[in-house]
Each structure stands twice: as C-alpha cells, then as structure tokens.
Design a protein around this ligand. Structure first.
Ligand code: OMP
Length: 217
C-alpha cells in the first residue's frame, strides 16, 4: 500500500522535532542502530497536536474496535491524552482514557490506575516496541483490572528481530492475537528517505542494518 498522508506527516514532524534521529545509537538490545525514535522530543503544542492526529488517523484506518485508551507511564500518558483529543476533534469519537502511575499512592484517590475505569476492550498507546517488555507489563495491568486488550497502537515499528526470527510485534500479533497498529514502519521511513537524493548514504546504512536485523514484513 502506498504511504498515507498521515504517515508522511508523521515522518516529517518526527524529523523536524528530532524525535527521529540519525547517527549511531546503542539500543537496549545492545545493537548499534543508525536511527533512533524518541517520542519525548514531540514537546511543543504543534508537534503534539500533529502526533495525536497521526495516532488517531492510524487507529481509525485500522478499524480496530475498542472502548478505552490506555497510556502506560511515562511516555504513553501524554500519547494517549493527545490521541483522545484528536479522536474527539477530528473523528467525532469521544473515547475515555486511562493511565497508570509507576508508584502506587496510598492516599487521595489511591491505587495505580488513573482516569477512566478499565472496562471492556482496551487499546494501549505507546511510542515504540522493541523487545516488548513494557507492553507485556501494560497487558498484565489491564488483565488484572478485569478488562481485555484490544490491541496496541505505536508510533514506529522498527521491524527487527527479537530473540528469535520474529519481531516482538509479530509475536504479539501471532501468539497473543493482538492487533498492533503502527503509524509507520521502518520500511515507510526508508521509502520516504529514498525520495531525497541527499539521503542515499543514510538509506544505505539503514539498509545494511535491516539486512542484519530486519524481519520479513
Ligand atoms: P521494549 O520495552 O523492549 O519493547 O522497548 C521499548 C524501549 O526501547 C523504549 O522504552 C526505549 O528505551 C527503547 N527504544 C526507543 O525508545 N526507540 C528506539 O528507536 C529504540 C529503542 C530501543 O532501545 O530498542
């Protein structure tokens, strides 16, 4: 499928905000990657609003049905909030949202869950899944609250192998039968960069990384 308008907007905004950076980055896995995605860099009102629209567009395009959004602490919290706003402003959908605290409060409203009650089908909003550790924790929290996980929406699918031949995303889709929605995958970024003649050396470095660690998509 050709790249959608919201996907192009996402890549443009990510590069402009330096949320998508190119260089040499050592990942949690120890792999040295020629690019890194850091959603924390979407830190202005314009960038966040654009990001929320991209998540909302990707979610609506996927057709995944859900009742509540859940943003795991920390980065998922603001992502779920801006997505809920964009669904209301641009898709006429008033969706409740919730998030967790990393540390339980024993006073005030108490507990570690904040916002809407976790009921029905829950869509998790996060930035990136690499090994899937953070997402598995969020899934456990939702199930403990007695709700079901409808799926996960993330900004970027790095499309690289986990421990085995598949990516953590493919494992979630195939083994846990979850819908994983990503605004873009690495292949979209490569397609986007390939159109600019000045980026050919960068594309070559990313392709070399992809040959070494990438999965079939
Ligand atoms: P998992 O919990 O292993 O799925 O990985 C998510 C984490 O990957 C994030 O919390 C980041 O620390 C890290 N990360 C990025 O944020 N962006 C990337 O492009 C790559 C990584 C990474 O280290 O793999």
């Amino acid at each position: 499928m050709s790249i959608q308008e919201y996907q192009q907007q996402f890549i443009k905004q990510a590069i402009a905000s330096e949320a998508l950076c190119f260089g040499e980055y050592t990942l949690k896995s120890g792999r040295v990657s020629p690019y890194f995605f850091n959603a924390g860099r979407f830190y202005s009102g314009v960038a966040l609003a654009a990001l929320g629209r991209c998540y909302a567009d990707a979610i609506v395009a996927s057709g995944v049905q859900f009742d509540v959004l859940f943003g795991p602490a920390y980065k998922g919290i603001s992502l779920a909030a801006v997505t809920a706003c964009a669904l209301a402003d641009h898709h006429q959908r008033d969706v409740p949202y919730a998030y967790n605290r990393k540390e339980k409060k024993d006073h005030g409203e108490g507990g570690s869950l904040v916002g809407a009650p976790l009921q029905g089908k829950v869509l998790i909003i996060d930035d990136v899944i690499t090994a899937g550790t953070a997402i598995r924790e969020a899934i456990a929290m939702i199930e403990l609250a007695g709700a079901n996980v409808a799926g996960v929406a993330i900004g970027l699918d790095r499309q690289e192998r986990g421990q085995g031949e598949r990516s953590a995303i493919q494992e979630l889709e195939q083994d846990a039968s979850l819908a994983v929605i990503s605004i873009v995958g690495l292949n979209d970024i490569v397609d986007y960069l390939s159109t600019a003649a000045s980026d050919q050396a960068l594309v070559a470095r990313i392709n070399a990384y992809r040959d070494r660690y990438g999965v079939e998509v």
